[in-house]
Design a protein around this ligand. Structure first.
Ligand code: GAL
Length: 634
């Protein structure tokens, strides 16, 4: 596989006289890909039904003439103002019942059937015109589904579509009443049309009701995307991508990914550290200009698995962004390190966002490869260096094999957000905590879906917080020869969102029952006999299973039947390191406990070390500078 670089470009933002020079500079820099078009609807169709393709024809031709390959975006994340005149009720409605307004982007409701028809029209027109254009070498559908909390809408369109979805799923109101337990608080329904969306209730709605609403909303994203993919495929043989985001769980990416040829994601390490990663002040200070050392890799491993194997970075942070609470300047070298880390995890392409910083509108404070005056910005030289290094790297480097699999499930994130039972039980961060623990040991990790049917490639499997164990995963675990660590909370609910009887975890051969659970405030922990503690969440386990770890208060914390383990709590860093190290030793997995901020990734041909620290790191006889990347052939 050839690794390539690219950039996001907005020809409609610049005077046409600038395009040829931009294209020539991109080619000289060593870029292969240019993504365009994803917000240009008002210029593609200035008035309903009147298309203007001339400028886009020329833009594509200008880029193509320099040998650049175009990723053409469908513009459906930014419907023009005239669209609202045609469909005044197309706006998504927030939880408080207020419609969101025109004036930025993503102002549409996934369930609005009229808007879907408009999307189908513009995508058809675009695909008909450019489907066989030799320079259009890939497509992107829409832009960042779910961005700015746009998945859940409490609109009339969503209510009608939800009722229809429920009728198909349950067939009769009685079946739905039974599944949800609507006898509780007299919530029984007589007809599907009586069922409202689960907002503005007096106190909390039925969790089964919310869970189905989340499933429905996720399915709406998948069907919205599929509509576009199917149209594009009719007219073009080029692969179709979508750009996912970081720590976004509002829809099931496994389902959307199944319809794509390329999964991609938008990586803004400093924005994420400032905006979304729960970490203490020391961690945020130490990594303020580099980003969290595991967050990018987690998503590389996730999106490599989501979809059919081909994955990209569609947008790579080049310098300060504009949208996080604080927007520091990356340490020199980070725009290179982030790109190399993505390649080491198997990325086929890394595209920087964006070519030139726009001097106008919302993102005028967001850096690009060029400054607004077209002089190179910090990342320009780093991209140039990566391009040269790529040229010297063997093409067939492979993505690297992992001995460890970590299960990730979007529905579990919804379940524990609906009924967390303790503010700090957050599924995404539980899985991420385990991932970080594995990475600190220097391990390659594969992230796998909740319906994984084959684990035979792995020696160690972790499945924390899975609210229901799927049948394929149960079968795969039954035949699994390595060590499995399930829990906390794994298999503790039925698909309908109730507590199963016999009580959880109900794992074959494991004599253990969760007698009761407790959630813990941040300053309370349950010490373990061998050191470390359980935090956030602990379960009291009864039964005769072998206790591998005990809490100091005499309750087992980790129990086992042979190699099948159940973990009855959220281990802190120390306890997690011991549990993982023990499992790796048992399986003969070689570990390499790394110093803070240093991370390792093995590919088929190379060993990469990434120094996320603001200071040099000494490891294995080499000194790696701050923001440095070191690789050796294996
Ligand atoms: C992404 C988005 C881009 C741009 C970028 C700025 O979320 O896809 O269009 O807004 O953020 O960082």
């Amino acid at each position: 596989m050839k690794r390539t670089l690219g950039v996001c470009y907005y020809p409609e933002h610049w005077n046409e006289t600038q395009w040829a020079e931009d294209a020539a500079r991109m080619a000289r820099l060593g870029l292969t890909w240019v993504r365009i078009g994803e917000f240009a609807w008002s210029r593609m169709e200035p008035e309903p039904g009147r298309y203007d393709w001339a400028w886009l024809d020329r833009a594509i031709e200008t880029l193509g003439a320099r040998g650049l390959k175009v990723v053409l975006g469908t513009p459906t994340a930014a419907p023009p103002r005239w669209m609202l005149g045609r469909h005044p009720d197309m706006l998504a409605v927030d939880k408080d019942g207020k419609p969101r307004k025109f004036g930025s982007r993503r102002h549409y409701d996934f369930s609005h059937r009229g808007y879907r028809v408009e999307c189908a029209k513009i995508v058809t027109a675009l695909a008909e015109r450019y489907g066989r254009n030799p320079h259009v070498a890939a497509w992107q559908t829409d832009n960042e589904y779910a961005c700015n909390e746009t998945t859940l809408s409490y609109s009339d369109a969503a209510r009608a579509a939800f009722q229809d979805w429920l009728a198909q799923r349950y067939q009769s109101p009685d079946a739905l009443n039974r599944a949800w337990g609507n006898v509780f608080w007299s919530m029984d329904y007589r007809e599907f049309h009586e069922i409202d969306l689960p907002n503005l209730t007096v106190c909390e709605p039925n969790p089964s009701h919310v869970m189905d609403f989340r499933r429905f909303a996720s399915d709406e994203v998948a069907s919205f995307n599929r509509l576009q993919v199917e149209i594009i495929r009719k007219h073009s043989a080029a692969p179709v991508a979508h750009n996912f985001m970081g720590a976004i769980t509002e829809f099931d990416h496994w389902k959307v990914g199944a319809d794509l040829d390329i999964t991609s994601w938008d990586s803004y390490p400093l924005g994420f550290l400032s905006d979304r990663i729960p970490a203490d002040a020391d961690h945020k200070r130490r990594f303020v200009r580099q980003g969290d050392p595991d967050f990018q890799a987690f998503h590389h491993d996730l999106y490599r698995a989501v979809g059919r194997g081909r994955w990209w970075i569609m947008e790579q942070q080049p310098g300060p962004v504009n949208w996080a609470p604080f927007n520091p300047d990356p340490l020199p070298g980070m725009a290179r390190l982030w790109a190399w880390e993505a390649f080491a995890h198997g990325a086929e392409a890394v595209c920087y966002f964006r070519w030139r910083q726009a001097p106008f509108a919302q993102e005028q404070m967001h850096a690009g490869l060029l400054r607004p005056d077209s002089a190179p910005a910090q990342a320009f030289g780093e991209a140039e260096q990566v391009a040269k290094e790529l040229a010297a790297m063997p093409a067939e480097a492979g993505t690297g094999k992992a001995d460890v699999a970590l299960v990730f499930d979007y529905a579990s994130d919804w379940a524990w957000a609906i009924q967390p039972q303790g503010r700090s039980f957050q599924y995404f961060w539980l899985v991420f905590h385990m991932y970080r623990g594995l990475r600190r040991l220097g391990l390659n990790v594969d992230i796998v879906p909740p319906d994984t049917a084959d684990l035979s490639a792995y020696k160690l499997v972790l499945a924390p917080g899975l609210f229901t164990l799927s049948d394929p995963l149960k079968a795969a675990l039954a035949g699994f020869k390595g060590t499995a660590i399930l829990g906390p909370r794994t298999n503790s609910k039925t698909p309908n969102f109730s507590i199963p009887v016999p009580l959880p975890p109900a794992l074959p051969g494991l004599d253990a029952v969760i007698a009761r659970v407790e959630s813990l405030p941040p300053d309370v922990s349950v010490p373990l006999a061998q050191g470390g503690a359980l935090v956030n969440w602990r379960e009291k386990l009864e039964g005769g299973a072998q206790a591998v770890e005990m809490a100091e208060d005499g309750w087992p914390a980790l129990v086992a039947a042979g190699k099948l383990h159940y973990l009855g709590g959220w281990p802190d860093d120390g306890a997690l390191a011991r549990i993982l190290q023990r499992a790796c030793s048992a399986e003969g997995i070689e570990t390499d406990p790394l110093p803070e901020g240093l991370r390792r990734r093995d590919t088929a041909t190379h060993r990469f070390l990434f120094n996320y620290n603001p200071v040099p790191a000494e490891w294995g006889g080499v000194s790696i500078p701050p923001a440095g990347v070191h690789w050796t052939a294996r």
